[in-house]
Design a protein around this ligand. Sequence first.
Ligand code: ZN
Length: 337
Amino acid sequence: MSAGETPGALPWQQSMSMELLQRRAQWPHAMLVTGPAGIGKRVLAQSLARALLCETPAADHSACGHCPGCGYAAAGQHPDLRIVEPIELDDDEVKVVEWIAVDRIRALIRWAEVTSHRGGAKVALIVPAERMNEAAANALLKTLEEPPAATYFMLVSHLPGRLPATIVSRCQRIVAPRPTHAQARAWLIGQAIAEPDAALAQAHNAPLRALALADSEYQAERSVWIRAFAAPAKLEVAGMGARIDAAPREQRKERLAGVIDWLLGWCTDLARVHAGGKPAENIGAEGTLQALARSVAPLALFRYHRRLLNQRALAAHPLSPRLVAEALMIEYRALFG
Ligand SMILES: [Zn+2]
C-alpha cells in the first residue's frame, strides 16, 4: 500500500474513499451502497468498515493496516464487525439460501445493542440487503430509526428498488464508482486473467463479475451453448435440455438462469449486428452473428428478446428448468427462416 491509498479499496474506489474518509466525523449511522453487480460494492463497504475499526487511523482517517483492529478485520475475526449474508451453516456445510431471515437480523440487533468489544465503533454489513425478507427488513427498520451509539449499518445492494422505501429513506446513499474500461482491464490482468477484454465484454465491464465468470467450468458450459446458438439449423433441443438435467438438482435453476443470460447477450448482439453495429458481449463471434443476422426477422427477434426478459424474471421459480430451456431453444430455432 502506498501513501494516499485506502487499504482494501479497489483502484477505481480510491478517490471516493478518500473523500468519504475526510467527512468521517459526519458519517450517518446507516449507509446504502448501490451500483451494478460486480463492480466491488462489498469491497468498498468493507474498506470503509476497516477505516471505522482502525484503532490508530492515519491523519487522512484511512486505516493504518497494522493495529490490532486492522489485523482482526483483515483476518475476518473482528468482534465488532458483522457481515450478514444469505448464507447458512447446515451440518458444517455452507449453504446459499434465498432470504436473510428475521432471526438473523434479530441476532444482529442484539449484537448491536451490547457494548463494543474493543471500545470503538461497531459495523454491520448486510450483503445483499435486498435479500432480507419482509420480516427481517421490518426488524431492521426499528433499529435504523434509533441506532445504538457508535454503530454503523452498511447495506449493500445492486437492486435497491427491492428494498422497502422506509429502509432506503433512513440510509445515506453511496453510489459505488464504476471503473473505466482501462482500470477494469488493468485490474483483471493483475488477477492473472488471460483474456481481459473478452471477460469484460461478457461481464458488461464489471471486473469482479468478470473474475467470477472466468471459472473454467462455467466458461466450458457457456461455450457449448454459444456454439448451439451459432448454428440454429443444427440445434438439438433435447440434447441441450439434457445438459440442464446433467447438473445436480439444486444447481439446475442456476444453470437455466445462465442459459437465459447467454441467450439474452447473444440475441442483443444479433440485434446490434443487424442494425450495423458491433457485438458487445460476444466479441469473438462477429462473423457468425453477421451471417445469422441476415436470416432473422427483426420483429421476431425483438419479441423473443422480450420473452427472454420475462423468463429471466421467473427463472427463480420454474417448474422444470429443462422444459423451459427446451421451449426457449425451439423458439430460438424458429427465429431463422
Ligand atoms: Zn489500524
